[in-house]
Design a protein around this ligand. Structure first.
Ligand code: HEC
Length: 128
């Protein structure tokens, strides 16, 4: 019997170590500003000089194409528009992890998995 309990405990421990999903990473790190729906309606948004971007219209504002490269580099802070609001933290070191390979502008590019998960979650929020 004890063995069964130990196995069950082991399974539970295994579950809690599952890497978080893109939705969870977004909920934990982004919703304060961008809102739970991604439209920019987070609870700290009104205190910011510049309104957090509406993350559900990224494709709509980019001729119907999800701007993957811009999204990745904006989140990790690798490359941002010089006029970008500094209130948004750079998540580069926070979203580090095992590398995935994705194609960006025809070039296979290594991207840390947690960063990619968040970006894919944003893609799923697009209204068009
Ligand atoms: C402290 C508030 C804050 C937090 C937390 C925050 N952001 Fe932002 N974010 C902003 C603001 C403000 C802007 C608009 C900046 C500008 O236009 O100058 C922005 C812009 C963006 C953009 C660019 C949108 C575009 O139109 O190009 C993306 C993508 C983005 N945020 C994703 C995220 C993600 C993903 C997270 C969580 C990992 C996050 N942000 C966390 C405040 C925040």
């Amino acid at each position: 019997m004890k063995i069964v309990y130990l196995l069950a405990l082991g399974l539970l421990a295994g579950c809690t170590q599952e890497p978080p999903t893109g939705a969870q990473l977004f909920a934990d790190n982004c919703t304060a500003c961008h809102g739970t729906d991604g439209t920019g309606s987070g609870w700290v948004a009104s205190g910011l000089e510049r309104k957090p971007a509406n993350l559900t219209t990224l494709s709509a504002r980019n001729k119907g194409v999800f701007p993957m490269e811009r999204v990745l580099s904006t989140i990790d802070g690798f490359h941002r528009n010089p006029a970008f609001e500094t209130a948004m933290p750079e998540f580069g070191s926070f979203f580090s992890g095992p590398m995935d390979q994705i194609e960006l502008d025809g070039v296979m590019t290594p991207v840390p998995e947690p960063l990619l998960l968040v970006a894919e979650y944003l893609r799923s929020l697009q209204t068009e």
